[in-house]
Design a protein around this ligand. Structure first.
Ligand code: ZN
Ligand code: ZN
Length: 235
């Protein structure tokens, strides 16, 4: 824990170097201008689930969302889940590179200040189970939420939902297994629920986790649930 804390302090004190190539960063971010220019943002995407739409698409919602609308209302994902972004997210989660959360959260905040249609009342990081939190020592979604909250001036309410069941990592499962894996994994906390909540996660894959959270929140009276993620995985 002390080691992680020191790591964090170092990130604040040392001059920013690019997390991807080691050149000096720009705008107080650990990203240089060249690497920033090379990033490929998802631009033509389904407004509900953020899957890229074919160039020929005329509507704003993908066929899957039209046929089976998810419980959440909109999704904004910045990048496709592929290198170099996938490398940064893996280093954040598995190698304690908490500085990457500040970089990625700040990039997301900048995009959101343009793209956000309606300001949510709070930001809800996807909760980890106690077991996973003990193993990892931190919740990457909460770390991503911090710079967002500061930049957008929207409070974090991390205790609205509790993860009551430890589940296998979704990424290791086949599509059909993901829904049943995550079912009943969340329960309401005791805090009063605001009307409009934005859920933050690192990667959206099938959207099952966010869908399950949105189902619980909406059943309890929440009117609108938006999803914000750094990356979107798709085949
Ligand atoms: Zn660079
Ligand atoms: Zn969709």
């Amino acid at each position: 824990m002390v080691y992680k804390w020191l790591n964090n302090v170092q990130n604040w004190l040392l001059p920013h170097t690019c997390a991807l190539c080691g050149q000096p960063g720009q705008d107080k971010l650990s990203l240089c201008i060249d690497c920033h220019n090379d990033l490929i943002f998802i631009d033509n995407y389904c407004k509900q689930c953020a899957i890229p739409l074919p160039e020929t698409a005329t509507g704003e919602i993908c066929g899957q969302c039209l046929r089976h609308p998810p419980a959440f209302d909109t999704t904004i994902s910045l990048f496709a889940y592929q290198p170099p972004i996938s490398r940064l997210l893996q280093a954040l989660k598995f190698h304690d590179k908490l500085g990457h959360a500040r970089l990625l959260g700040t990039l997301l905040a900048t995009a959101l200040s343009d793209r956000m249609a309606q300001r949510p009342d709070c930001i809800l990081p996807v909760p980890l189970s106690r077991k996973r939190l003990r193993e990892r020592g931190f919740n990457q979604s909460l770390e991503l939420a911090r710079p967002l909250s500061r930049r957008l001036d929207i409070p974090i309410m991390a205790n609205l939902l509790k993860r009551v069941r430890h589940t296998a990592p979704q990424i290791q499962l086949k599509y059909q297994q993901r829904r049943s894996n995550i079912r009943n994994a969340f329960e309401l906390g005791t805090d009063p629920l605001p009307a409009h909540i934005a859920i933050i996660d690192d990667v959206m894959t099938t959207g099952s986790t966010c869908n399950e959270m949105a189902l619980v929140l909406k059943a309890a009276g929440v009117e609108r649930v938006d999803i914000w993620t750094i990356a979107r995985a798709f085949k």
